[in-house]
Design a protein around this ligand. Structure first.
Ligand code: AMP
Ligand code: GLY
Length: 461
């Protein structure tokens, strides 16, 4: 399986690839031929494909629908993630053994349950929770109530639906400012409004209930504003124990100095400089373990990733949000630091073997490259508002020393074109943070497309 399809020029990439190829002992040879289907098409999925293609377990990787960056890593399948029947048919016909889901929407919509409900698909290993577990992300109200039930630290909140419109307005008339309004359902990262002014809060509340976010906003979570430092922690769990992946910090706002509207993410760093042992211990004891135990108590099976979006307030961690998948662009910074065979890790989690075996010692920290990772995202001019598509991208094959993950791109007559808001994610690894940031910035400068924009202050605070 070719593992080098991420464009990068230097020897460190080759060296790091060789180091990461986990050779299986002979007794595990029965595991050594997996056909894998990866669903999704963004930078996160390109990073997943890159990482999984390095596995000695992976004999064939299919990506659906994928993006041009994955062309030499796997075989494209022309299926969208919403087409459950077609996905099922493909998995049966191709005898796929492992399905990995990148984005949240098919999980919230019940793709794992669809597989579970079909005797011909039930045996397929499936990384991603069922709809019940995916509600941690799919319903902010469910997530808040879940945290309350299990005493997991999070901002105080109240939820209001259409029938409680007046109570909501009365509550907001007196709520301390700023106040945070969240559409209950999935809103493509745009369902959160932080209101500094009372009028703004009342108007945003009305608009949400009136359908500005579609059905997602017909229920609104009104949340206390927390002030602190954000960071993200990722686990792969089988619903009983968990593997702790490298942590990351995402830069969500479009503008430098964290200004302007929220985006899907303008860059990421890993590790997180202020996340020390003491804080991480609190995260595990107060947040990760109670979350997994809470799922167990509520009889919600969960096999997949949990992304804890956290905030440190005066030394104490709080949950800002749960996601039932990996982050984008965090994955592009996290996976290059993961010194593990990701397919083996998933296989162990899905089959209760190896480190996930019942007799194994328990939850564990993944082997991690000690170097620093910095990811800079190149976006289309106008993003997160309106932007053009189809603009030619040049110089992308010339950048040095970075992993280039494609996100919103398409290939036409051999030319790479922009095809989305977030276009490319560039990750550099270096012994120092400064080094990683500098290399990623330099590559970001070099690549060109009309309207290109990126933040020059990723990692600076
Ligand atoms: P979410 O989609 O819930 O992660 O929210 C998007 C962003 O809004 C977060 O990354 C935070 O920067 C911000 N945010 C969400 N909830 C709060 C809160 N309670 N206090 C302060 N900022 C918040
Ligand atoms: N970068 C934030 C997310 O993936 O939700």
């Amino acid at each position: 399986m070719p593992a080098g399809a991420v464009h990068s020029s230097k020897a460190w990439l080759q060296a790091s690839k060789d180091k990461r190829l986990v050779k299986l002992p002979a007794k595990f040879s029965y595991l050594c031929s997996m056909k894998i289907l990866l669903l999704g098409s963004g930078g996160r999925e390109h990073a997943l494909a890159w990482k999984m293609a390095q596995s000695s377990l992976c004999t064939k990787l299919y990506v659906a629908p994928g993006n041009p960056g994955m062309a030499t890593l796997g075989t494209f399948v022309s299926l969208s993630v919403e087409q459950f029947d077609e996905i099922g048919r493909f998995v049966r016909e191709e005898e796929i053994e492992l399905v990995v889901v990148g984005p949240e929407a098919p999980l919230v919509a019940g793709l794992a349950d669809y597989f579970d409900g079909d005797p011909a698909l039930r045996q397929t290993l499936f990384i991603g929770p069922g709809a019940a577990g995916a509600r941690l992300e799919g319903s902010k109200d469910f997530a808040k109530a879940f945290m309350q039930r299990h005493h997991i630290p999070t901002a105080a909140y109240r939820t209001f639906d259409l029938e409680e419109r007046q109570q909501g307005l009365d509550y907001l008339a007196k709520a301390p400012l700023p106040v945070v309004l969240k559409a209950d359902g999935l809103a493509a990262g745009k369902g959160v409004v932080i209101c500094e002014e009372r009028e703004e809060a009342l108007s945003a509340f009305r608009q949400m209930l009136d359908g500005r976010f579609g059905e997602a906003g017909r229920k609104v979570v009104v949340e206390e504003f927390l002030s602190g430092r954000e960071f993200s922690v990722f686990v792969l769990t089988d619903g009983r124990r968990y593997a702790l992946l490298p942590q990351a910090k995402d830069y969500k706002r479009i503008g430098e100095g964290d200004t302007g509207p929220n985006t899907g993410g303008m860059g990421a760093i890993s590790p997180v400089p202020f996340l020390d042992k003491k804080l991480m211990q609190k995260v595990e004891e107060r947040i990760i373990k109670p979350t997994i135990q809470g799922l167990q108590k509520e009889k919600i099976p969960y096999l997949g990733f949990i992304f804890f979006g956290l905030m440190e307030v005066a030394g104490e961690p709080y949950v800002i949000e749960y996601n039932c998948r990996l982050g984008d662009p965090e994955t592009e910074a996290v996976l290059p630091r993961l010194d593990e065979d990701l397919v083996l890790l998933m296989k162990e989690a899905a089959t209760a073997t190896g480190r996930f075996a019942p007799e194994a010692p328990g939850s564990f920290v993944c082997q991690t490259d000690r170097r620093f990772a910095a990811t800079v995202v190149l976006v289309s001019g106008g993003y997160p508002g309106n932007y053009s598509k189809g603009l030619p991208i040049s110089h992308w094959q010339e950048v040095q020393d970075v992993l280039l993950f494609q996100a919103g791109t398409r290939m036409e007559n051999g030319r790479l074109l922009t095809n989305g808001g977030r276009v490319l994610a560039l990750t550099a690894l270096h012994e120092t943070f400064e080094g990683a940031l500098e290399i990623a910035q330099k590559a970001a400068e070099r690549i060109y497309f009309e309207g290109k924009y990126f933040r020059r202050d990723i990692g600076q605070y």
